[in-house]
Design a protein around this ligand. Structure first.
Ligand code: P6P
Length: 337
């Protein structure tokens, strides 16, 4: 094993890993490496603020709503500021799409070549009750020429164009998981040293699994295929696990085997989760781990976005479970044909 190219010594910091892996990229100029470091830095700061939020009077609602009409938590706003600031001053990103802002955020780095789509703090309703929450991000090359205006075409790219994607999980331990298309890798934060250390060298999602994660409170508004899939899960005696925090549910299911679904419901007729800064990033990571991600019919990463805050139904996890859920959707299509 020691000769295996991936067999790096335990104690490999994120910085060292990024540098070692930089050579995977032709013409790597270090800009993507620096961008990943900028995200990790902001993650350390946000992690610190989350871990002491109860002491700093930064829990609870901020008193405003985001573009989605969702009640912003104080830490939503703080995290948004932290990531925007880190990416602006890191100098590698020309524009951001954020869950917390309505339009494209131009960072006034006109010659930078990267675009970031980010959910600065997902699951924020769990902050005050100490449940794990997360940050989700996607990284793209801009399509327009550096130096010019950032365009809608730059930000409305399908997930297959992602250069990198990842999430930060602020949980019992704090992790950063990312991919650049060469596998999914996990790092665990050591607060006493202020470093992320390599802890999950090549994450692989089990082909099957016995966990299903869906909010069954919406069961009465599920469409028939979703009812059939949930019934199938019960017949198979699968375990129901739903934290109500996407990154935490996703991370557990990817490591242990399982499926997370946010389907169409009466309240969310297109699903609740956003394509640009939630689904695409997690789909990229799950595919790199050998799993699957779709909207019940088509691969998430092949959906061409039409709006910044576009919502899609989201089926993600172990390949066999996602395909089982899709089979019920297909049967419905056959019935309706
Ligand atoms: P519901 C949190 O708001 C979030 O975006 C995800 O983290 C989570 O999985 C989902 O919404 C929970 O939504 O409607 O089941 O409460």
């Amino acid at each position: 094993m020691e000769n295996h190219p991936l067999a790096l010594p335990v104690g490999t910091t994120l910085d060292r890993f990024i540098k070692l892996k930089q050579d995977d990229f032709d013409f790597a100029t270090g800009e993507l490496s620096q961008l990943l470091r900028d995200i990790a830095l902001a993650g350390k700061i946000v992690n610190r603020e989350i871990s002491r939020s109860g002491l700093m009077n930064i829990e609870g609602a901020f008193g405003s709503q985001n573009v989605q009409g969702e009640e912003q938590q104080k830490l939503d706003v703080i995290a948004n500021i932290r990531f925007k600031r880190a990416l602006k001053y890191g100098g590698e990103v020309c524009a951001i799409v954020s869950e917390e802002d309505e339009g494209i955020i131009d960072l006034n780095n006109p010659n930078s070549k990267y675009i970031v789509a980010i959910d600065p703090l997902d699951g924020s309703s769990n902050i005050d009750v100490n449940v794990s929450i997360g940050t989700i991000f996607s990284i793209y090359h801009r399509i327009s020429e550096p130096g010019g205006e950032v365009t809608m075409e730059d930000v409305l790219q399908p997930g297959i164009n992602q250069v990198a994607a990842g999430y930060l999980l602020y949980g019992s331990s704090n992790m950063l998981v990312y991919t650049t298309g060469k596998g999914a890798t996990g790092f665990t934060y050591e607060p006493s040293l202020g470093e992320y250390f390599l802890s999950h060298q090549k994450i692989t999602a089990p082909e099957g699994g016995n966990i299903y994660s869906i909010n069954e409170g919406s069961y009465l508004s599920f469409e028939k295929p979703m009812v059939q899939f949930v019934e199938w899960c019960k017949e198979q005696k699968l375990t129901a696990r739903y934290i109500g925090s996407l990154v935490a549910d996703f991370h557990r299911n990817m490591l242990k085997g399982g499926i997370y679904i946010y389907p169409k419901t009466e309240k969310s007729p297109n699903g609740k989760l956003r394509l640009l800064y939630e689904c695409n990033a997690l789909a990229f990571i799950m595919e790199q781990a050998g799993g699957k991600a779709s909207d019940g019919h088509q691969r998430i990463m092949e959906i061409k976005p039409t709006e910044l805050h576009q919502r899609v139904p989201f089926y993600v996890g172990s390949k066999a479970l996602v395909e089982k859920a899709e089979s019920f959707e297909r049967d419905k299509a056959v019935d309706l044909a």
